[in-house]
Structures are given as structure tokens and as C-alpha cells.
Design a protein around this ligand. Structure first.
Ligand code: NI
Ligand code: MN
Length: 224
């Protein structure tokens, strides 16, 4: 399968039959190099309600007739906007046609751009074609990441490194140790000045603890 990084926290997982978007943020993203109408997908997974994660979710899901998978509150919001949706609670998982999705905790907040309550923020464990991807969402470091790493063989982990709203580099290096993924990929940095971080620093520090790190440039992809 192919995993494409579209900048910020926006990751696309694509195999022969399915295209799954996680946290599509294109409109309002100064680093975006794509347009919302270019995306083909059948599922959209949303970690939380903040605008830098859901800005294009409704329009892209509508255009593609895709299903939104997220918290109960965000699933209801999607349904109210005419989108097919599937609610998941933290710790809950479900087998979808493309694979299994489980929501994990994330230490953050979650509201819609208008301030309305959007439930709890989450991370995502996605098992597809026998591989497991962990997308931490927006989160601070938490010790249960160790449990996530112990209970899942994670092949690829997307970890925020931009600080201010999420983990910074040093906390994300500890997270990389805890989740023990085959490869970690930094996300949620350099989109705005307030979250500037040097991914090369992160990479060096991750490698210094014996783990693999891959920086994926915006618009580039990796095979898994
Ligand atoms: Ni957020
Ligand atoms: Mn964010």
C-alpha cells in the first residue's frame, strides 16, 4: 500500500481497493500543494474537531460519497451535514471494508471551529493489509503510548513534533521509544510559525535511541 503525506497531520492510505484520508486539512493550510477537489477517497478518519484537522472533511466526503469515522460527536456532526458516518469511542475498534480502526487516547482538546463541543480527541490505530499504522493525532506525551507499543506491532507511526499544541521534539522522541514502531514519521510542524520545528533534529534524536525515522516531504509517499 501507499502512504502519502499531504502536510500538517493529513495522511492518505491507499491500497488497490481503498483510499482512506486521515485529518484532511487543505483549505487554510499555507503549505498545501493540492486542492480539496483532487482527492478520491471512500473513508475519512478524523482525530478531533479542530479546523486544522477537519477543514475539508465535509466537502471531500460529500464529493466522494465517503464515510467519516470519528468520535460520536463528530460522527453526529457529519451525519447532520448529510455524510454517512461511523462513531467510535476511545478504546473501541471496528472492522471496516478496508481494515480495522481503533481509537486511542490523545491528551489534547476537541471542539469544532465554532467552539461547539466535539467529544474527546483521539489517536488512530489503522490495521490494513496486515500492517498497522499509528497516527497519534494532536497529543502531548502520555505513558500509555508504551502500552500501545506493547499491544500492537506498529509498522509506521505518525507523531506530532511541532510543540506548543502537541508534543515537541524531545517528548516525541520518548513517544517513538514507547510506541516502538518500525519507522516513525514527524507531522504537525512548520505549517505555522508557532509550530516550527526541525524534523532533522527529530530524526537524529530518534536514530540515537536506535529507532528508524523517515521524514516524508509534503506530497511524497512511502510504500508499506
Ligand atoms: Ni488540535
Ligand atoms: Mn492540530
Amino acid at each position: 500500500m501507499k502512504i502519502i503525506y499531504h502536510g500538517h497531520s493529513f495522511v492518505q492510505v491507499q491500497n488497490k481497493n481503498h483510499s482512506v484520508l486521515i485529518d484532511p486539512f487543505i483549505s487554510g493550510n499555507p503549505t498545501a500543494i493540492t486542492k480539496p477537489e483532487e482527492f478520491k477517497c471512500d473513508y475519512v478518519i478524523l482525530t478531533h474537531g479542530h479546523g486544522d484537522h477537519i477543514s475539508d472533511a465535509i466537502s471531500v466526503a460529500k464529493k466522494n460519497n465517503a464515510t467519516i469515522i470519528s468520535s460520536f460527536e463528530i460522527a453526529n456532526y457529519a451525519a447532520a451535514n448529510g455524510i454517512t458516518s461511523h462513531p467510535l469511542g476511545i478504546g473501541g475498534s471496528f472492522n471496516f471494508p478496508f481494515g480495522r480502526v481503533k481509537l486511542t487516547i490523545a491528551h489534547h482538546s476537541s471542539s469544532f471551529p465554532d467552539g461547539a463541543y466535539a467529544g474527546n480527541p483521539a489517536g488512530v490505530l489503522l490495521t490494513i493489509d496486515g500492517k498497522t499504522i499509528y497516527h497519534a493525532g494532536d497529543t502531548g506525551l502520555f505513558y500509555d503510548m508504551k502500552l500501545i507499543g506493547e499491544m500492537n506491532k506498529i509498522d509506521l507511526a505518525f507523531l506530532p513534533i511541532g510543540d506548543n499544541f502537541t508534543m515537541g521534539i524531545d517528548d516525541a522522541v520518548k513517544a517513538a521509544e514507547f510506541v516502538n514502531a518500525g519507522v516513525v514519521v514527524p507531522i504537525h510542524y512548520n505549517t505555522f510559525d508557532i509550530i516550527n520545528a526541525n524534523p532533522e533534529d527529530f530524526k537524529k534524536k530518534v536514530e540515537s535511541i536506535g529507532k528508524k525515522c523517515r521524514i516524508i516531504n509534503i506530497g511524497e509517499s512511502v510504500e508499506l
